[in-house]
Ligand binder design. Structure first.
Ligand SMILES: Cc1ncc(COP(=O)(O)O)c(C=O)c1O
Length: 378
């Protein structure tokens, strides 16, 4: 909650029409989505499943941003209820034109996700190539569909320069296409968020904080719109940035073994429980020691319950440990439980701690949760 408010306040101080749009795919735990809604945040969804969740959390379509390459049955009702939508591909634009033809008395509005190079070393597959925008603007206009927003999102480019390039490109598009009436501009996500010092130290560059993004990036909007009559909403779509540091995973040491000189520590979780960051860096850990039958391990790999060699969840641990010690992994809020397949074991429960208050927000999964969709022969 504090992180949300800090991000929002820091950006709003520079550009007052800034809003947070929370990325459901990062962690769609309903208790987290509800918390964002209570704080006034929008919902960013990329599928009918996530759209349904936003409705269940009692969002109205005007506070839901529909992104993603494949939207389903909710797109039509979303557009008819003044929902926010970003076109990802030409087929979607044509489909929206069909909706506009079907409802000639309704002004259909949509945004467009724009794809341009930010020198991140890969070609993104999302959105409309910036060089093909003219064609899509003409198609939408000739079908009486209004373009009311611009969106971009690039992963693997969290630094300030990449963010300045996003902002400057979007503002250039506003000028080139005379989009002075649009309702919003979204810069997507992929900012550095709050991290424990142990994790932060593993990044080669000093990760920028919210103040620096505000000074260097958000200020470009404040400057551009200073004397303009209409100041569109400026969105970012934080996922990891908002939640990662605020979810921990508590695992237990089940066994310790040495194979030809290499130490392995087996835990009762897997890399699927801990999310993608655990595969790139060592997550911050705290060990709660049992102090019974203590063993010393050297450069040990912590490994998970799956039968996969790549299930390594912490590397090069040196120290004293015992069976039944608890290991608390920090920074696991992003792409962890949403990315946990039903592989080998059902998932663990989740609790929320609010000062003295402890609340179960997801129960432990069981056999029937996993197998209820399969047909068992009589
Ligand atoms: C369109 C879009 N918005 C927001 C996000 C969330 O990004 P992050 O988790 O880096 O904050 C993603 C992640 O892939 C995304 O694709």
């Amino acid at each position: 909650m504090e992180n949300y408010k800090e991000l929002e306040t820091t950006f709003k101080q520079i550009y007052s029409n800034y809003h947070i749009c929370y990325s459901y795919k990062t962690n769609y735990t309903p208790a987290i989505c509800k918390c964002v809604k209570n704080l006034g945040g929008y919902a960013e969804v990329v599928s009918d499943m996530e759209y349904e969740l936003a409705l269940k959390i009692e969002y109205t379509p005007d506070k839901i941003v529909f992104n993603g390459p494949i939207k389903g049955k909710y797109l039509e009702s979303h557009l008819l209820s003044n929902g926010i939508n970003n076109i990802d591909r030409i087929e979607e634009a044509k489909y929206i034109c069909e909706i506009a033809k079907k409802y000639p008395d309704h002004q259909i509005k949509t945004g467009i996700r724009v794809n341009f190079d930010i020198d991140a070393g890969y070609t993104s597959r999302f959105g409309i190539d910036i060089n093909n925008l003219k064609e899509i603007f003409e198609l939408l206009k000739s079908n009486n569909v209004e373009v009311n927003g611009l969106h971009c999102h690039m992963s693997r480019a969290r630094g300030i320069d990449a963010w300045k390039l996003r902002a400057n490109t979007m503002l250039k598009l506003v000028e080139n296409y005379k989009l002075y009436d649009i309702d919003y501009i979204s810069l997507g996500s992929g900012m550095f968020g709050k991290m424990d010092p142990e994790l932060k130290a593993q990044f080669p560059l000093d990760a920028p904080d919210y103040d620096l993004y505000a000074e260097e990036v958000i200020s470009l909007f404040a400057k551009f719109y200073k004397d303009k009559d209409k100041k569109p909403i400026l969105f970012t779509e934080p996922g990891t940035t908002l939640v990662s540091k605020y979810v921990d995973f508590l695992a237990k040491i089940i066994g310790v073994k040495n194979i030809r000189g290499k130490d392995f520590v087996l835990l009762n979780c897997s890399f699927h429980n801990l999310g993608e960051t655990s595969q790139m860096k060592n997550l911050p850990i705290r060990i709660f020691k049992n102090e019974v039958d203590i063993k010393h391990v050297n450069n040990a790999n912590f490994v998970g319950y799956t039968c996969l060699e790549q299930d390594v969840i912490y590397r090069k641990y040196t120290g004293e440990i015992s069976n039944d010690d608890y290991v608390l992994f920090g920074n696991v809020g992003g792409y962890s439980l949403v990315d946990k397949p039903p592989f080998i074991m059902p998932d663990y429960p989740m609790i929320m701690l609010d000062n003295e208050d402890i609340q179960l927000i997801k129960r432990k999964e069981n056999f029937s949760d996993i197998f209820k969709t399969f047909v068992f022969e009589e």
